[in-house]
Design a binder for this molecule. Structure first.
Ligand SMILES: [Zn+2]
Length: 413
């Protein structure tokens, strides 16, 4: 079946043969009430088309990262340890929030497939895949890098997490829903082609972006708003001009041998990829105002200039004001604003469906609500949720020189 990617006025859209059909979105005449009833107008196409295709798998809950002092592992000094920050409870709360919140009537859960070697090889090295698979033989929770822990269940979880991202890309390419979500763990955006890093074993967003390229999108953008630099995605596309890698993150610099990338605003890519990497570091303490400026003044103009035919959102919510792993102050309103900016930019570009991967976000309860806020924004819906913790003051103007530097890197005044 032949499906056309959105045609840009320059006529650059390409035609692709897509194996998964072309279920079109409902026409604007089809709406769903908060109670889930479908209202069909005169020009209705088939009703009950899901607004959100969401991929998950039970194997992702079995990925055991252990307990200790946060991500530092056990200590004899501690009587009651914490869970590792990247744990299965985050997913359980996210699933509950999706099933019980304002998107419940729109979510269609699907089982995430297991990514095969041939699919993983589109981004990763054979040695990397073998190294992840080898973790299946460990008999306890082991430390892989300074902060990344794994168990025997990790390789299968990682393959289903990668498979969810690939399936989300397929669903987005086929316009099966305006949002196609990989709601899985482990996350992926720190993982380079040959390096496990930052709780990540496969580069899920990069795999989705490459899949969209392979399905015919001439240019793909990855927009990453996890509080940490998307160094893995950056590494996957550093020398390529066909994938725009955008990362808005806390100005944390490099960490350790597995994460040498700095996330600096001056890191624009290399060779054919020069200009297709965009880092927007923000100062510690940045909140809703800073992120609104970063997206409105830098990210959206960058997308308009690059004119992607598909977008992958690397949706991290660890910039929240209550995240133990970030030092930022974004509220649910701020995340909704981020989603709104990206969703509106995509629609302006003629992109009908977005693929979304789940990245960080480690406040056990608040993260789920922040994910919902992002998704409502991406859909162009109002926030529709109260923020139970929206009482902290926002940041001041510390972000302004950072945003100015990012605009200068883009060649904007
Ligand atoms: Zn993060």
């Amino acid at each position: 079946m032949v499906v056309a990617f959105p045609r840009h006025p320059c006529g650059c859209a390409s035609l692709v043969v897509h194996p998964f059909g072309s279920n079109r979105l409902p026409s604007p005449a089809v709406t769903q009430t908060p109670g889930g009833q479908t209202q069909v107008g005169e020009q209705a196409e088939p009703a009950r088309t899901p607004s959100i295709a969401a991929f998950r798998h039970e194997a992702c809950l079995a990925h055991d990262t252990g307990t200790g002092i946060f991500e530092a592992g056990p200590s004899p000094l501690i009587e009651v340890p914490e869970q590792h920050p990247e744990n299965a409870d985050l997913l359980r709360n996210l699933y509950a929030a999706l099933d019980r919140g304002p998107l419940a009537a729109q979510v269609q859960w699907r089982e995430a497939p297991r990514a095969g070697d041939d699919e993983l090889l589109t981004v990763h090295t054979a040695e990397h895949i073998a190294a992840v698979d080898a973790l299946a033989s460990v008999d306890e929770v082991v430390c892989v890098t300074g902060e990344t822990w794994a168990s025997a269940a990790t390789p299968l979880a990682a393959r289903h997490s990668a498979g969810a991202a690939l399936a989300a890309a397929d669903a987005a390419a086929a316009r099966e829903a305006p949002l196609a979500l990989a709601m899985t763990r482990p996350p992926g955006h720190h993982c380079a082609p040959g390096t496990i890093d930052g709780y990540c074993f496969y580069s899920n967003a990069a795999l989705a972006a490459q899949r969209l390229r392979d399905l015919g999108a001439a240019r793909v953008a990855v927009v990453d708003w996890d509080v940490h630099h998307g160094n893995g995605t950056e590494a996957c596309f550093w020398g390529r001009g066909d994938v725009l890698s955008v990362s808005v993150h806390m100005d944390h610099g490099a960490w350790g041998h597995s994460h040498r990338q700095t996330g600096l605003v001056t890191d624009r890519g290399d060779g054919a990829g020069y200009g297709a990497n965009l880092n927007v570091p923000l100062p510690f303490g940045a909140g809703d105002r800073a992120y609104a400026a970063a997206f409105g003044e830098v990210v959206v103009p960058a997308l308009e200039a690059f004119r992607p035919e598909a977008i992958v959102c690397a949706q991290g919510v660890d910039a929240s004001q209550f995240d133990p792993n970030g030092r930022m102050c974004v509220s649910m309103a701020g995340f909704h604003q981020i989603g709104s900016a990206v969703g509106e930019a995509a629609r302006d570009l003629g992109i009908e469906a977005l693929a979304v991967t789940r990245e960080g976000g480690y406040a056990r309860t608040y993260s789920a609500l922040c994910h919902l806020a992002c998704l409502l924004g991406l859909l162009g819906r109002p926030l529709e949720l109260d923020d139970p913790l929206a009482y902290l003051p926002d940041d001041g103007d510390a972000h302004m020189p950072y945003v100015a530097a990012a605009r200068a890197a883009l060649g904007l005044s």
